[in-house]
Design a protein around this ligand. Sequence first.
Ligand SMILES: Nc1nc2c(c(=O)[nH]1)N[C@H]1C(S)=C(S)[C@@H](COP(=O)(O)OP(=O)(O)OC[C@H]3O[C@@H](n4cnc5c(=O)[nH]c(N)nc54)[C@H](O)[C@@H]3O)O[C@H]1N2
Ligand SMILES: Nc1nc2c(c(=O)[nH]1)N[C@H]1C(S)=C(S)[C@@H](COP(=O)(O)OP(=O)(O)OC[C@H]3O[C@@H](n4cnc5c(=O)[nH]c(N)nc54)[C@H](O)[C@@H]3O)O[C@H]1N2
Ligand code: SF4
Ligand SMILES: [Mo]
Length: 813
Amino acid sequence: MSDSVLEHKALTRRNFLKATTGAAGVVAMSGLAACQPSTNGPAEDNTSSEVAEEIYRSTCMGNCSGWGCILDVVVREGKVCDIRKPDLLTPDGQPNPYQDICLKGYTNIERLYAPDRILYPMRQTGERGSDNWERITWDEAIKEITTKWKAIQSEYGKEGVIFMSGTGNSGAAAGYADRLRVLMGASLISQAYDNAGSMALGAHCGWGVTYGQNELRDLPNAEVVFVWGTNPTEAQPIDFHFLTSAMENGAKVVTIDPVFTTTAAKSDKFVPIRPGTDALLAIGMCQIAIKDGKEDALNLKKATVAPLLVKDSDGKYLRLSDLGKAKAGAEDDSILVWQNGEAVPMTMGSDPEIRGHFEVEGIKVQPAYQILLDRIYEWDMDTISEYTDISTETIQELTDIYTSGRAMIYCGFGPDHFANCVTAYYGMLALMDVTGQENKKGAGLCATDYSTAHAIGIMPGTKAGLDGFSAGRTVYAPHFAELMDTGKTGTMEFTPRALFSYKGNPIGNQPNRQSWLNSFMKMDFIVVADMFMCETASYADIVLPVSFLFEQTDLMSSFSPYIRYNERVVPEMGESKCDFDIVTMLGKAMGFEQYFTQTVDEFLEAASTNDTAASMGVTWEKLNEEHRVWAYPVEPVVVGETHQPITPTGRLEFYWEDATPQESYITEFDFNKERCLYWEPPAEAWYKNEKATKYPLCFISERDKFKTHTMFGSVSSLRELHPEPFVRISSDDAAARGIVEGDIVKIHNDRGYVVCRAAIDAGVRPSVLIMDHGWQKWDFIEGHYADLSGTYTGARWAGISFYDNLCDIEKVQ
Ligand SMILES: Nc1nc2c(c(=O)[nH]1)N[C@H]1C(S)=C(S)[C@@H](COP(=O)(O)OP(=O)(O)OC[C@H]3O[C@@H](n4cnc5c(=O)[nH]c(N)nc54)[C@H](O)[C@@H]3O)O[C@H]1N2
Ligand SMILES: Nc1nc2c(c(=O)[nH]1)N[C@H]1C(S)=C(S)[C@@H](COP(=O)(O)OP(=O)(O)OC[C@H]3O[C@@H](n4cnc5c(=O)[nH]c(N)nc54)[C@H](O)[C@@H]3O)O[C@H]1N2
Ligand code: SF4
Ligand SMILES: [Mo]
């Protein structure tokens, strides 16, 4: 590696330990000795008070529940030296509840001045991953990339170039590469993270202003909270206060998780469920609620699809057009319900039937609720209890607690990471519908990330003025390896030859890492745009240096009710550039000059000038003046109260007549099964799976406070607190293998292995191993934790199954 290119490679575990000698060492390492963070107190001669301070408005970034926490960035003598939290008020004068800065947020100074930042375009001179780099000029980089892209497109078709984006930056301008993709007709790998779980949640009430569910500001109104497959103390540190407020208001809190998490420790009850069986628990609770007379028939009839008649023949709703009384698809082609012995339009069904089987003019039908009930009673209590590993008494107790007051399910994405993930969410939603725990304040479902307020009004318009152009096809990440291996997945056939990856680190974050490396090696050409030498960048042919957040101008709207106009705090370091400028250069060199004439501010002005923004009082001038503009309902969003479902039926849906695969290329699809709640075991991580005799343990991951995925991983002060990966193992599993605290262990299966230290933890369920997520190849003693996971996915929505794997563990030393 040329020394002028990267002053340091990403810190390996060993050289990290050598380099880190305490906080002072960190500052010196970062070249910041002259400008210590003010939180460290003034220097000896107290000069800091004489130095003029400038405060700039920016945000943190990272796909954590903050994803853009508001930061006031303090600059002295041209250097960033402090980060402060502004005290913003909501429009009705309350402290903004979506505002805090976590531990990581304050370390952005270290990231800005980090030794592993990429500052120049670079070409890999050895083989991919060999870490031999030479510095090249921007002109050389752009020329080489666009020449190769043009050649590949003319040989393999436009789709031969494939783009992939991650979750590193949600800013409007940071997503500008999508414009180039459309112009080029390039294809896309959809990362599909959290995809199946979030789509399943959205299917219930539609993707409205709440991203589908009650907003977190409503959580403190709950009398009961089921924390279900989420660990907010680590994954939502700045939103955790909504849960503690509920606790302070007297809410009873139950945590359902295979692991005794910090959140579990603060709960009234902890239920260590067997991974991948959440839907069965919900099904068992529905059965008990119905048996105990806790079914809310009124809610089912009025607010849900329960009474809508479904035809036995094709699973579609019975409509007036089926009886020849309206034109199919016309506005008056109402769905019918059964009332007083006849089928009537649903708007006339004041007290419709929700159970039974009926016949309408020779057409056999049943209310959607009957179908749900049949799915619920497919399972008997003994099987539910055995599979979930939760006793019937406990399921009874959980049902009693859940139905004892206004109840909120606070769920996250633990259950999402199995191939059967949709089942867990279908189960939770059905439980809410059956018991009527919804449509009122303090009742319903809050979901990690999605139930945060997300400002509205920004419409980036990356595709504005591109009529006549269309992007190539989209392949979901779990299908990508098959496409690369065989040139085909489902009915889709094409050959990606060049990859452009930006804002993401798929090699570190996608499951079945070896299959991704394989796919990478099959590519003719890989370009990665990143600010750090992440694992994916290390396998690139060309790396483009992206400027750090504080060097960028952008508009942020996710994870906060404020639209945030981030101003540039300091100039771009080295030759780094923001994604917008990089894409503009690439676009021009690809021959699309006339489509890349905007400056970033012109683009952002257009993005914030639209009817929705105007209706929220947002203007470009206001954003320039105030930088943080509230653009969200002032009242907390409560589905069914402040906002009505925006589903095809206008009701809360637990039955989907139009359930189809997310992409038309997917061929294997059981329409009947996917229309309503069901449960089937995880694809691999199931104790009755044949593989379990050889590999009896399921390896899952969790969030920790010190990283956002692979970001912040090389921040020295954070590494000092959490220097290396370790796997947590139950006392029983450890004892059975002679493993003791601190041992070096090897976790392995047929896909790969990882070597790291073990920590014995009585709070981990037997047969489960858990490690915090976000480590990269240089962090492990050997191997990689992402080599262990498989590429299983659901049928209706392609999700990612990080946890759906079996393995075993042995002591190495
Ligand atoms: N610090 C930090 N915060 C983050 C992130 C980060 O990387 N770092 N990432 C952000 C992102 S993108 C996401 S998607 C969210 C995720 O947010 P969460 O969903 O809250 O994330 P996890 O900590 O993975 O929590 C999942 C919990 O589910 C449990 N679990 C695993 N399998 C099962 C199961 O089968 N059933 C049940 N009931 N529980 C199970 C795990 O033990 C864990 O405690 O976090 C966001 N916040
Ligand atoms: N084993 C396991 N794997 C997992 C998970 C798990 O629980 N267990 N969780 C998964 C989930 S839910 C998610 S959401 C994914 C997240 O996976 P990714 O989206 O890949 O997340 P990050 O590791 O944060 O990678 C973001 C990258 O973008 C770069 N970046 C930041 N800002 C910018 C910018 O402005 N421009 C450009 N070009 N680059 C920028 C960062 O330096 C970093 O390299 O991880 C998934 N992987
Ligand atoms: S790391 Fe996430 S939660 Fe922490 S300050 Fe940054 S955006 Fe907010
Ligand atoms: Mo995620």
